[in-house]
Design a protein around this ligand. Structure first.
Ligand code: ADP
Ligand code: ASP
Ligand code: MG
Length: 449
C-alpha cells in the first residue's frame, strides 16, 4: 500500500467554501493514490479563533465570533444531503468551543489557547469527509491527535517522530487500504492528552510528517497559487511559477518567510526523499512546482523571500575588544529564554542579532526580562519595524558579482544589516518594513525579468 500512497494537503482557501471543497474532493477522486487527506481550517476560521483565545474577550464578542465561525461552516453543509446530522456534530463542537472560550475568559492559559485553536481543523475535517462521501468516495474522519503526540510547548509543540511512525502504521495504515482518511493539520496532543499546536501554517508540516511516517510516495500541497513563485505573487505581478526546485532551495525559501510552505515542511520530506508537489486546488490542470532532490538546473538566483516583523538586537561592550567569552555569555542569556537567533553580524565591540516574530504571535519576543539580563553584560538596543529580504539560489557565496547585482538595485534604501557568506544558498539583508515590498519588487525586476 505505502508504495503508492500520496498524502494530499489542502490549505485554508482550498476548503473555504463548498465549491472549493468540491474541487478538492474531485482532485482526490482523480487519482486513487490519494488516500490520506490533511485539511487546514476553512479560511478565516483560525484568525477568528486566535481572537477568541486572547485575554479578556468580552462575552458578547465571544458569542459573535462563534456565530461567525458557525456561519462559515453552515454555508458549506447546506449543500450536503446529510446536512442535519452534520450540523448536530458541528453544534456539539461549537458548544465545546464555547466552554473553552468561557474558561479562557476566567483563567487564561496557553493550554486553553491551543484547545481553542484546534477547532478550525476539527470542523473542516468533519465537513470535508462528507464532501468526499457526497461524490462517492469512502471517506472517514480520523482524529490526528491519536497519532500526533507532542511535547507540551503550546503554540509551537515538537512532534515525537518515533511514536508518530509507530502509531500511524498501527492506527492509520490499515484504514488506508479501504478508505480515504481525512485528518487535521496543525494540531497534536501532549502526554497529558491536552491539545497542542505546531505553529501557524503548521498543516503543511503535519502532512509532511504523516507522509514520512507512512512511507508515502508523494506529498501534494494544494493551495491558492499554481506553485512556488520566484517571489510572493502578491508583491509583484512579475513573479512567475517555478517548475522544479531542489529540496535545499525550497527549504531556504520556507525558512526565510515564503508563506507558501511552513518552514519545517521539507525536513521530513528530505529525510525520506519524498517528492513534494505544490499546486493550485482551483486550477489543478495548470500543474505546479515539483520539489525534489535532483533538479535539472541550479541557477544563481532562484527566488526572493520576505519575512516581516523582524527584531534586531544590538549588544555593545568595550569589554568585547580582544576579550574572549563575551558572546558565550550573551548566548547563554538567549538560550535561557529559549530565543533562537537568525542572523548575526559582529564588529569589534558590538554584535547585531535578528529574531523572528512567529506569524500571528501577539507577545513581545524580547521581553523586559531579557533586556535587563543582557544589560548586566553590555549596552542593549532593540529595534522593530524591519523586514528580512533573502535572495535564494545556488553558489551565491562563490559567484562573482552577486553583491553588486543585488545592492546596486537597492542602493536608494537603508540596508540595516547584511548576512552573506555563511550559506551557499542565500544572501539576506534587513530593510525598514515600509520599504520591503519596493525592495523586493526592484530586486525581482533586475534578477528575474
Ligand atoms: P494555504 O492556506 O493553502 O496554506 P498560504 O496562504 O499559507 O496558503 O500560502 C499561500 C500563499 O503564499 C500564496 O497565496 C502567496 O501569496 C504566498 N507566497 C509567499 N511567497 C510565495 C512564493 N514564493 N510563491 C508562491 N506563493 C507565495
Ligand atoms: N489553520 C492553521 C493556520 O491558519 C494551520 C494551517 O492553516 O496550516 O495557521
Ligand atoms: Mg499555509
Amino acid at each position: 500500500m505505502s508504495v503508492n500512497l500520496t498524502v494530499a494537503k489542502f490549505g485554508g482557501t482550498s476548503v473555504a467554501n463548498y465549491q472549493a471543497m468540491l474541487r478538492c474532493a474531485n482532485i482526490i477522486k482523480s487519482d486513487n493514490t490519494n488516500r490520506l487527506v490533511i485539511v487546514s481550517a476553512s479560511a478565516g476560521v483560525t484568525n477568528h479563533l486566535v481572537r477568541l483565545s486572547q485575554k479578556n474577550v468580552p462575552e458578547a464578542e465571544r458569542l459573535s465570533i462563534i456565530a461567525s465561525i458557525k456561519k462559515i461552516q453552515l454555508s458549506i453543509t447546506k449543500y450536503l444531503v446529510n446536512e442535519q446530522n452534520l450540523n448536530i456534530d458541528i453544534d456539539i463542537l461549537l458548544s465545546e468551543l464555547m466552554a473553552y472560550a468561557n474558561a479562557q475568559a476566567l483563567n487564561y492559559s496557553l493550554r486553553i489557547t491551543d484547545a481553542i485553536l484546534s477547532f478550525g481543523e476539527q470542523l473542516s475535517s468533519l465537513i470535508f469527509t462528507q464532501v468526499l462521501n457526497s461524490i462517492g468516495l469512502n471517506g472517514e474522519c480520523f482524529d490526528v491527535r491519536r497519532v500526533m503526540k507532542t511535547n507540551s510547548v503550546h503554540g509551537k509543540a515538537t512532534v515525537d517522530i518515533k511514536s508518530l511512525k509507530r502509531n500511524a502504521q498501527h492506527l492509520l495504515q490499515p484504514k488506508l487500504e479501504k478508505k480515504v482518511i481525512v485528518t487535521q493539520g496543525f494540531i497534536g496532543q501532549d502526554d497529558n492528552d491536552y491539545t497542542t499546536t505546531l505553529g501557524r501554517g503548521g498543516s503543511d508540516y503535519t502532512a509532511a510528517l504523516l507522509a514520512e511516517a507512512l512511507d508515502a510516495k508523494n506529498l501534494s500541497i494544494w493551495t491558492d497559487v499554481v506553485g512556488i513563485f520566484t517571489t510572493d505573487p502578491r508583491i509583484t505581478e512579475q513573479a512567475r511559477a517555478i517548475k522544479e526546485i531542489s529540496f535545499g532551495e525550497a527549504a531556504e525559501m520556507a525558512t526565510f518567510g515564503a508563506k507558501i510552505l511552513h518552514p519545517a515542511t521539507l525536513i521530513p520530506a528530505m529525510r525520506k526523499n519524498i517528492p513534494v508537489f505544490v499546486g493550485s486546488s482551483k486550477e489543478p490542470e495548470k500543474g505546479g512546482t515539483r520539489i525534489q532532490k535532483e533538479v535539472a538546473t541550479s541557477p544563481t538566483y532562484r527566488s526572493i523571500a520576505l519575512r516581516r516583523e523582524q527584531t534586531l538586537v544590538t549588544v555593545k561592550s568595550p569589554e568585547m575588544l580582544h576579550a574572549s567569552g563575551f558572546l558565550a555569555k550573551v548566548f547563554a542569556v538567549l538560550a535561557k529564554h529559549e530565543l533562537s537567533v537568525d542572523l548575526i553580524t559582529t564588529s569589534e565591540i558590538s554584535v547585531a542579532l535578528t529574531f523572528d516574530n512567529p506569524l500571528g504571535s501577539t507577545q513581545a519576543l524580547i521581553t523586559q526580562a531579557v533586556v535587563e539580563e543582557l544589560e548586566q553584560l553590555c549596552e542593549v538596543s532593540v529595534e522593530h519595524g524591519l523586514s528580512l529580504v533573502a535572495v535564494i539560489g545556488n553558489k551565491i557565496h562563490a559567484t562573482n558579482g552577486v553583491s553588486s547585482n543585488i545592492f546596486e538595485k537597492v542602493g536608494e534604501f537603508n540596508i540595516r544589516m547584511i548576512c552573506h557568506g555563511a550559506s551557499s544558498h542565500n544572501l539576506c539583508f534587513l530593510v525598514p518594513e515600509q520599504d520591503a515590498n519596493r525592495v523586493v519588487e526592484k530586486l525581482h525586476d533586475s534578477l528575474f525579468t
